[in-house]
Design a protein around this ligand. Sequence first.
Ligand SMILES: [Zn+2]
Length: 475
Amino acid sequence: MADLPEKRAAFMDWYLAVVEAANLTDKRYPVKGMNVWTPYGFQARRRLDELMIREIEATGSTPVEFPTLIPETEFQKEAEHIKGFSAEVYWVTKGGSSALDIPLVLRPTSETAMYPIFAIWIRSHKDLPLNVYQIVNTFRYETKTTRPFLRVREIHFFEEHTCQATEDLATQRVRSNLAAFAQMAQALCLPYMAVRRPDWDKFAGAYYSIALDIPVGEARTLQIGSIHHYRENFSRPYEIRYEAPDGSQSYVHQTTFGLSERLIGAVVAVHGDGKGAAFPTSIAPYEVVIVPIPGRSPTTDTVGLANEAARRLRAHGRRVHVDTSDERPGAKYYRWELAGVPLRIELGARELEHKEASCTDRRGTKGSFPLDRLEEEVDRRLAQYDSAIYDAARAQFRSAFALARTLRELAGSVHVRVIAWCGSEACGHAVEEAIDGSLLGTPEGELPLDLPKLEKCLACDAREGLRWALAGRSL
Ligand SMILES: [Zn+2]
């Protein structure tokens, strides 16, 4: 196989080559933007789903599932929402050969499917909070070039929808979602920024939107998730009301939290390198691959040794694959590096004789250990590997940001730019023009670089209402 393109200089070429070589998805399905999940890629997706389920359920959310088709009449109840989505929805207009009385939308997101039913479910303050989530496929007619995991028309979507009694409680739910995402990102070894989007770039119908962004390639950013506060923007048109203990009626305040298979794209983008993909242990389809190396003597049963090691590791809760294919060991090593398997164990005649195992992690760290310590050594080496890829990702993350003091410094930037901004839309647009990208918004947490005192807006020199903001080009 040819060498991979250079990651930093030709990020998207590199990314597409890695996704294909690692066999995570098959792009040959004859509908653009709708990829086939391969057996290997599906395992990563299932692990990701499990991670999302674990963390969201720890915050008191319950799974539900709503239908894929939404009547046009429900879809059109919230004006901003329709404006935001109408250009990218798929319509179902026929049942068999007859036209449907009410056309149906293939859900692009599920507000308009869920909220008419929430209005029935919620009657009293005792029905609150309502915290539910679903993991389903959603559909958006993407007109830009589609990319596996990053920009697709059929999206594997995690969406939480909540109803709270007050605006403050909804704000607390946003905080709780941010904390849950921090746990998920830690398991994926992914550094990220939570960024409050400017008003002109928030989700259609939201009061405000917090995006979860990561830097990728040169000056590019990728949104890997979002959390929205809706206030009463949807509960009013959908009439989701509750009766308070004093008998008064109030509208609920709503929030949503959205994630998708983009997280798999993000894992490839951040941890991958010149040798291919690199999975963190948490979502690796196989955590360990064992390669038996045939001995010269037919009595050297390295396959038996490998199968026994795999049995022990599986009993210990590890996902293991024994590669007994006909390829030469070197070809196997190369293939599993491309596929991003965290730890490879090699078992040959020498290992059999000394009752030990040789191993190499995906970063190239080699070692050997006695086979009677197999389980604990694998645990220890996987933990070390995760910690090493997290450190490398953090260093890469820090080096992606740089301060810009003038509009001129934004042009041709290879960094995500940190700027002082007065908050005005006019200055925001001046920034977007200068960087040929987006004003991403204001960071919710600490920025990964030392900053001077805020002095003046880089666009208008104003000294009032200043805040730090991020600007970059989205992928
Ligand atoms: Zn300004």
